[in-house]
Design a protein around this ligand. Structure first.
Ligand SMILES: Nc1nc2c(ncn2[C@@H]2O[C@H](COP(=O)(O)OP(=O)(O)OP(=O)(O)O)[C@@H](O)[C@H]2O)c(=O)[nH]1
Ligand SMILES: [Mg+2]
Length: 236
């Protein structure tokens, strides 16, 4: 089953490579600074750029970005570190609500990763939630260089309300999504595979949305996701 999941991602990677000369037109981004499709990006060279409270102050909206979103504590920052094989590129914490700004990481001159603050943080005040919404919505709505949202969910609690809403919103604005079921190490292999199969079934009509089972802790499933990530970043 794990092989099946990886094959599915491979197919998407292949599909994207075939399409890589065409840029996404729906968001009208200027992806002209994106790397040549033949150059393989080295994620390990990713460097921290800066953190921003508003989309208006973010780095210039040129090139290509892939952002990581999801509920607080689901492992977005940990997964960025694991994918880049770096221990503390993005700040992580056992307590929810660690990432409070839009954090940018440069893979190279033209390609960035973005670590978004998590939603659904139970202890957050009303004002903090409103601020999150402004920040993240502002980013997702306005960022032309955003080519793909990596939507993380805890494999033990997939597709909570806010995940479903975000997913729907992405579809309505034609923002491509890749779902990552993280913390797979917390479940038995068979339970994790069942969750993956159930989610595929639930999202049947969205066959263009890849779903991967991963663990930022053990590295499970990360090689296929690295391939997909490089393909998304090179698609400009
Ligand atoms: N067991 C396990 N723990 C993980 C995994 N990924 C992350 N964690 C742990 O989950 C906690 C939260 O990780 P973060 O990466 O800070 O989560 P986040 O989604 O960035 O959280 P916010 O910044 O609050 O939105 C930390 O204690 C991590 O060590 C995983 O794959 N398996
Ligand atoms: Mg974080």
């Amino acid at each position: 089953m794990e092989l099946l999941a990886e094959e599915a991602v491979d197919e998407v990677v292949q599909f994207l490579r075939e399409l890589e000369s065409k840029s996404r037109t729906s968001r009208g981004g200027d992806h002209t600074l994106a790397k040549s499709p033949h150059k393989i990006l080295d994620l390990r060279r990713t460097a921290y750029l800066s953190g921003h409270p508003r989309v208006e102050s973010c780095p210039p909206d040129r090139g290509v970005e892939v952002a990581f979103a999801g509920r607080s504590n689901v492992g977005k920052s940990s997964l960025i570190n694991a994918l880049c094989e770096r221990r503390s590129l993005a700040r992580t914490s056992a307590a929810p609500g660690r990432t409070r700004l839009l954090h940018f990481f440069a893979v190279d001159d033209a390609c960035r990763l973005v670590d978004l603050p998590g939603y659904g943080f139970a202890r957050a005040s009303k004002a903090e939630r409103a601020s999150w919404q402004r920040m993240v919505e502002g980013y997702l709505r306005n960022r032309n260089s955003l080519v793909r949202l990596m939507l993380l969910m805890d494999v033990r609690h997939p597709l909570r309300d806010s995940d479903g809403q975000l997913l729907e919103w992405c579809h309505s604005t034609e923002l491509p999504v890749h779902i990552l079921l993280n913390k797979a190490d917390k479940l038995s292999r068979s339970k994790a595979q069942r969750t993956l199969a159930d989610l595929r079934q639930t999202l049947q009509g969205e066959s263009e949305t890849p779903i991967s089972l991963v663990s930022a802790r053990t590295g499970l499933g990360l090689e296929a996701v690295r391939d997909a990530l490089r393909a998304y970043l090179e698609q400009g």
